[in-house]
Design a protein around this ligand. Sequence first.
Ligand SMILES: [Zn+2]
Length: 445
Amino acid sequence: MANQILIRNGTVVTMNDAGDVHFGGSVLLDGDRIADVGPADEVAARHADDGQVTVIDAANKAVLPGLVDLHYHTALGKGWSDHLPLWEYLQTCWYPIIRALDDDAAYWAALASYTESVRCGVTTVNDMYRRLDALAAAAEQVGIRAVLSNDIADGEHDLDTLADNQHAYHAHHGQAGGRIEVYVGIEWLPLASEGLLRDCRALADDLGTGIHIHLNESLTEVENAKQRFGRRPTEVAYDCGILGRDTIAAHCVWLSDTEIALMRETATQISHNPVSNAKLGNGVARVPEMLNAGLNVGLGHDAAECNNSRDLFQVMKAASLIHRATRVDASLQQAPDVLRMATRNGSAALGHQTGQLTAGHKADVILIDLHSQMFTPLMPGNADHLYSHLVFAANGSCVDTTIIDGRIVMAGRKLTTVDEPQVLHKANEAFRRVLDKMVVPGQGR
Ligand SMILES: [Zn+2]
């Protein structure tokens, strides 16, 4: 049968319900789905080789589900003004840049962003940004799975509107065989009235789609909510119907016990972004308490502007270390749990059939080169040793091959869908052009 890929004789880390790891295992892909997973001899016995199957030799490689980056922004201005706290950074850099953005700059910025993610084994991005026509075109070209949302705020802030997001939904939701979806994206409470929040929920329900919002990111946001609304941010979001199983709430650093209970009551999905929170001086989220409450917590890099890398392996490591350091407890956030956050938890948050290697799920698979210093020593047949290396020793450069929706988008660390030197050149050009156009409030040009 055509369109089949057999990944043979690898260490298959399934991340399935049973936590199976097959040493000397195979994964068979059929079109955009996983057809079979198991010990190599068993998979071979179940499927006759008709000579039509593309075979990938996975000896000395680990085979994993692709990583899910649950809170993401396409980025144009990495490394610019990166000494400022969140509020000042947003006012003097982030908002001026995304107001000056044009379609061409958004397109090349998205290509540069998505290709870095693919290089680091990320197969799904939950991307809140502007100019979704350009983003959808970039996602379609790269071949990445993308949930796109606008950056809705009250009109006086000159960002996106409900109508922008509605247009994007009708234009792109379901594009590329369902690989591209559109959610309703809300910037954050300091730029939103309660009326706008209620309208966003009404639009999401009307379209039958989800919501992506920044929530409880900084102490300044909490103080802003108390002053303007007389309540904490999650309480306002709850009252306006924003919370729910179809909502991705990013950050959630400063949750009170009451707010954690509201997240639990509404089964809201959380994206934990420890590197961004640390870099911007926003604090450390109460992840142990969230997990104890039964919340589903995935991981995000946030944006290259507040992380400086789209490497989710680095985020995994931080998502363990930051809690161990602040709680003085080395038992917290063990490697398999963190890897679960970066795969199946993120997938579950988005309602996707990805994040695990299980027959019937989508064919989003990465191969990791174990023949390197990062994975040495490695005890044969020892899953715990491998999990430890994946979370604590590896970085994104260990990813050899990235397959999304059954299509090989990177092989042997070479991208197959884009002209990479052109992408880098154009993204640099776009950055300089947008900087030239951007207007910083109080400073003129
Ligand atoms: Zn963000």
